[in-house]
Write a protein that binds this ligand. Structure first.
Ligand SMILES: NC(=O)c1ccc[n+]([C@@H]2O[C@H](COP(=O)([O-])OP(=O)(O)OC[C@H]3O[C@@H](n4cnc5c(N)ncnc54)[C@H](OP(=O)(O)O)[C@@H]3O)[C@@H](O)[C@H]2O)c1
Length: 338
């Protein structure tokens, strides 16, 4: 069985090697991994831009999906043949995270899923809906759960809500699909008119090119009539002021990404005047993740996959994510590895 190991920072330092599988203990499950998705965090970890505290060699990637091939004697959550995904935070199962639960993430403090086979504790996996392929299921542990936590757990959106989604990447396309399935109206902003057309095909109600319309927050406020209920804040520094303009009084800004800067240098008055709710989003817990997967199953949602690569070409997959600004998710697949 093979795994991709990162031996020092830099994607040039990824290499396939034999991976000896530990014998599963009574509460552990062996999973043959079929696919993993790639997130900006994975790219940053590999490049050495996320944290200097990496223990080498590291098996990277947080989000994997596959099939259970054997179970320990005391396992009750799964049986052989079940189809499962990893969890982004394998020990955070319910409620707000303790610092211990938040301290361990897959593909950084815990070994990742860039491998053919892995042993997981049964509490660190979730079953995924039958209509999804493994490649599709692998899109949900980070990007899917982040969009879900923001829209449903924090912003309580539903039928008739207005949602503003920034960009057209992994989290944004998840947010668009989930919000539409819940009956919300969705405004998508992007730098690309082509990608806005793709967002319209996915169900976006209104499209704004944020390069052509720099005051897109005001435009979104007008389109929604009274301001939007929730924003998926992906940009950071460059977008926050517009997000504040876009929301209704008492609206929700979900701080998720930092694609356009990490410094939130804003004045306090717009927050006070709008009674704004700010939520820092750090993916989410297993209970929330399993509600997301139930919802995806009930609505038969298929996530958008921009491009697939064999696992051995993870370096190219990362390059695509970093340089092409994909519409949807980038996935690696384990099939056909020698
Ligand atoms: N907090 C969490 O739990 C969590 C979880 C997942 C990801 N994240 C973070 O969220 C961000 C997005 O992740 P992702 O997986 O969706 O990445 P991605 O697939 O690479 O998508 C990035 C998106 O950012 C958009 N963008 C960049 N600059 C923008 C700007 N100035 N205004 C509006 N949109 C802008 C791009 O939009 P266009 O190309 O359409 O213009 C692109 O669609 C990253 O910073 C990531 O680290 C956080």
């Amino acid at each position: 069985m093979q795994a991709l190991y990162l031996r020092s920072f830099g994607s040039d330092n990824l290499s396939l090697a034999e991976h000896a599988l530990a014998e599963p203990s009574e509460h552990e499950v062996v999973v043959r991994l079929e696919a993993a998705s790639v997130n900006p965090r994975d790219s940053q970890i590999i490049a050495g831009h996320f944290t200097p505290n990496v223990e080498f060699p590291l098996i990277p990637l947080s989000d994997g999906a596959g099939i259970v091939t054997s179970v320990g004697s005391a396992v009750s959550r799964f049986k052989v043949g079940d189809r499962v995904t990893s969890l982004f935070f394998p020990h955070w199962h319910i409620g707000e995270a303790t610092s211990g639960e938040r301290a361990i993430s897959t593909g950084l403090e815990a070994p990742g899923v860039a491998r053919e086979v892995a042993v997981f504790h049964e509490q660190s996996l979730s079953a995924f809906p039958k209509h999804l392929s493994a490649a599709e299921a692998a899109c949900y542990p980070c990007a899917g759960l982040t969009a879900w936590s923001a829209l449903f757990d924090k912003s309580h959106i539903g039928e008739g809500s207005w949602v503003l989604v920034q960009g057209t990447g992994g989290v944004a396309t998840m947010g668009l699909q989930l919000a539409k399935a819940a009956g919300a109206k969705v405004i998508v902003i992007s730098s690309s008119s082509d990608k806005l057309n793709q967002a319209a095909a996915l169900g976006a109600d209104h499209l704004i090119n944020y390069v052509d319309t720099p005051d897109w927050g005001q435009r979104a406020f007008e389109l929604s009539g009274h301001g939007v209920d929730a924003v998926l804040e992906i940009g950071g520094t460059a977008t926050l002021e517009n997000s504040l303009n876009a929301i209704r009084h008492g609206g929700h800004i979900n701080i998720i990404g930092y694609m356009a800067g990490i410094d939130m240098g804003i004045t306090v008055f717009p927050l006070i005047i709008k009674n704004a709710n700010f939520h820092g989003i750090g993916t989410g817990n297993r209970e929330s993740y399993e509600r997301l997967l139930d919802f995806v199953g009930a609505h038969e949602i298929h996530p958008v996959i921009h491009q697939r690569f064999p696992l051995a070409q993870l370096q190219q997959a990362l390059h695509t994510l970093d340089t092409e600004s994909p519409f949807g998710k980038v996935v690696v697949e384990m099939d056909g590895m020698e």
